[in-house]
Design a protein around this ligand. Sequence first.
Ligand code: PLP
Length: 398
Amino acid sequence: MAYTHRFGTRAVHAGTAHDPYTGAVISPISLSTTFAQNSPAVPIGKYEYSRSNNPNRDEFEQAVASLEGGKYGLAFSSGSATTATILQSLSPGSHIISGADVYGGTHRYFTKVAQSHSLEISFTPDLLNDIPSLVRSSTRLIWVESPSNPTLSVTDIRAVARLAKQYSLFLVVDNTFLSPYLQTPLALGADVVVHSVTKYINGHSDVIMGVAVLNDDDLYQKLAFLQNAIGAVPSAFDSWLAHRGLKTLHLRSRASSENAQKVAEALASAIKTGKVLQVNYPGLDAHPNRQVVKGQHREGFGGGMISFRVAGGRKGAELFCQSTKIFTLAESLGGVESLCEVPALMTHSGIHASEREKSGVHEDLVRLSVGIEDGDDLIADVLQALDRATGQVNGVKE
Ligand SMILES: Cc1ncc(COP(=O)(O)O)c(C=O)c1O
């Protein structure tokens, strides 16, 4: 679909062709693992074997590439498999500079898997200031998550991209927390954008999948080779489901971001009552990088993710998550339904406490994934859970 079309039109139509034989508007799910050939090594059509290529995966890859404004899309069996395949493309001894506050599983992969395969990683909470002193002759890649999981810190992607060019490094941006509707890192100068499709792109909490989008022909050839050689690919059914989810991304992203703005404002108001200690949300004027947000997120939207520190320490956070009635206590994010969790005890428990707390991931930090329910119901739910949690911690009946 031409990039001249607006986002919603591309979300609905990119990668979607009417079936030439039946006229079906929605593509059939192509479950065949193998495809007939006219003579040895001469397939009848474009496809040969489904690990290498599959019609549903192709359509999904084209659709996400169009939404991210990139030339190529490559889908993987999870966001984590996407990360692993990108790191596998580096030669042994390569050095990576990463933001300190990244998804716990990305941190785990960097420190527990990549390092044992001779890759070296430096983490920094302040990429912009620290890159010049961290760069070595072996540095190949900068890894950015913006906004970060779970403290919602925002990195100035344009500024990091300028540094990456200066030092001839690839810049990879994990765009999972916003989705291409709210931020397009390639347009800001990144070389590769990655997603856990499991989250906003699929949007319905029923698919585990990942994707990378890029423009560079050589890097694409390298990653496409590894996609097939490693074989961490999504099934035809998952590709089809994720493509269906993607068609409403613009509506869902907008709705969850509008809801999150209201919930974040309600939480910020609760700071004066002492029930909330701090709110991390890129849509609030108090966010330390609000000016960058205005320049790199669509319409300055804050996205659907919030984290906040609740009064009462770990107990307060646990009680809050057990007291909500609409927000479900569960890992993951980006679905139509609202979720809450305590990162220090759940998604980020694998990171050592001292390192975790340096990035602001304390035991009283609650993470919310705000869904597309009615915003006023969500505010009421958060406020009643806050009352119950802080009331019980203080032993006071509200
Ligand atoms: C920001 C971010 N990146 C990557 C991943 C990994 O994705 P997956 O769970 O699909 O492997 C996650 C998962 O929570 C995430 O939040």
